[in-house]
Unconditional design. Structure first.
Length: 264
């Protein structure tokens, strides 16, 4: 019996390796967020090129500004709130983590291939390559009285911990150094600032911002699908993707409308 189990384990490992190599190569990254059994939220980043895993624990009693204009809630309640609002708990938690904590989530619900790749990385990663960060121990969160009168945490307004910023920054995006135009076609004046902060964390930079006519649209990213920056931004902000605009002198145009502002 033990021999059969060993063979099965070897076959699963080989299968995972094949999926890992053929589907992704060795340079991609995936970030996820999930509600743990104790009520805390765990943001995880899997860097397949570097062979690195980072797990960031966000205390469940951290009060956050929930995406989709749903108000301030403890982050432990966001998943259930999403289910109640017919949004999907996974999606609302991912959007809120990206918006409120500036920790970009690229995969809301990992598919089979992504799960296989994550499993392979976990199986083959040495403990020294696993980074665990507790946000409660950083000055990024401030312990304070929350809206419901209980003690908890709020985002302090300080920068993300240096160690975390280093992990979140995608060197591939930084090396591309593409010119990004943010085109605001919504009625939300601060949307470019908030989105720009997330892009900055990733390693990109908004070169210019323009205000366009109001459009009842979500977000669309124009550029070359061969660039990492284009792919990452599309994943983080769930944008439609289109080819580069010929009449714009920018590598990437990120155009957002009122529907995007409403869900962000």
């Amino acid at each position: 019996m033990a021999f059969v189990l060993a063979i099965i384990l070897v076959l699963l490992t080989v299968a995972s390796f094949v999926v890992y190599r053929s589907a992704f190569g060795g340079a991609s990254r995936i970030s996820t967020v999930a509600l743990s059994s104790n009520g805390d939220v765990v943001f995880s980043l899997y860097d397949f090129g570097e062979g690195l895993i980072a797990n960031v624990t966000i205390p469940g009693n951290t009060e956050v500004d929930v995406a989709r204009s749903l108000g301030s809630w403890k982050i432990s309640s966001v998943w259930k709130l999403g289910e109640n609002e017919k949004v999907s708990g996974d999606r609302l938690l991912a959007e809120t983590t990206t918006k409120s904590l500036k920790m970009p989530v690229t995969s809301v619900s990992p598919n089979f291939v992504e799960k296989s790749k994550i499993a392979y990385l976990k199986f083959n990663t040495k403990p020294a390559a696993v980074v665990d960060i507790d946000l409660a121990k950083s000055n990024y969160l401030a312990r304070t009285k929350l809206g419901d009168g209980s003690l908890g945490y709020k985002v302090s307004g300080k920068d993300l911990p240096f160690e975390l910023r280093t992990i979140l920054a995608d060197s591939r995006v930084s090396k591309e150094n593409l010119n990004i135009l943010f085109e605001n076609r919504s009625d939300e004046a601060l949307i470019e600032t908030e989105v720009g902060k997330v892009i900055d964390v990733i390693g990109g930079k908004v070169a210019s911002v323009v205000k366009g006519n109001l459009e009842d649209t979500d977000c669309t990213i124009y550029g070359s699908n061969k660039t990492i920056t284009y792919q990452v931004l599309a994943s983080v902000f769930s944008c439609k993707t289109k080819s580069k605009l010929d009449n714009y002198n920018f590598d990437i145009v990120l155009r957002v409308g009122t529907s995007f502002a409403a869900r962000y």
